[in-house]
Design a protein around this ligand. Sequence first.
Ligand SMILES: *Cc1c(COP(=O)(O)O)cnc(C)c1O
Length: 302
Amino acid sequence: MNHSPDLGSILRPRPASPVVEVEDERFGRYGVRLLAKRDDLVHPELPGNKWRKLAPNLRAAVEGGFPGLATFGGAYSNHLRATAAAGRLLGMATVGIVRGDELAGRPLNDSLARCAADGMRLHFVTRAEYRRKAESEVLGRMLAEAGAGSSYVVPEGGSNALALEGCAELGRELRGVSDVVAVACGTGGTLAGLAAGLGPGQRALGVPVLAGGFLGAEIRSLQEAAFGGPAGAWSLAEGFHHGGYARVPARLEAFAADFGERHGFPVERVYVAKLLWALAALAESGAFPPGTTLTAVVTGRP
Ligand SMILES: *Cc1c(COP(=O)(O)O)cnc(C)c1O
């Protein structure tokens, strides 16, 4: 493999991302102190939880001498984009198996175009086949068809046991800093790792951005695989998905634009906007006792 000089920036531990005070009446008036963990700044090209989850997997792929990386995602997947960027930085071949064969003959959307520009080979599969990717026979066939038979395979959303270890470090960086640490959830891998890394007396709060309600079981099984059983205190605040994945109704858009303007950081819409909205609503409903320090993890940027 032809590794670039950026190898170290991805594979080595990085300095803790900053924690900043967010002065906002929507929290302050209920006696809640809001902090933001600027994990969007943790790596210039692999922001936030994508770096946390990918770095240990990339290390394993490099150490194991794998010729490339294969992973899965939908047409707007941040995880696919991050994997493609990592491949470019590491000089490692990447294959993205994309949900929806109807996309194959069409011009690529911005997100997939970025993946392709970073050198990712895109392989489109039907939705029915994509759903069965956990079956080893189906997976084997998909990888072979994609020309990625001997690749290091990272699951959809990047959430495996190594990824949880990476996210536990996020929790350790927040020990002693906050009573509650809140994060938006897709697969729940970030929450599962974060909870494991927090100290005694701290708890993690997850805000699912997808409608559904299977996430609790998913998080328990991810923790079982990574840590051998439950780890840390966590709960989920359901009901803040705003209609489903990547749906951004006008009032959420307005909230996110205003929040970003007031506090000087760009609010990513698919995850972070829903997290911040949920926290403001929960504060208003008295979910956090006065005196609570609450940290919102800024897991990515637009
Ligand atoms: C991928 C992503 C998440 C979701 O992480 P999970 O570990 O899948 O729950 C949250 N925030 C941002 C910005 C993301 O890109």
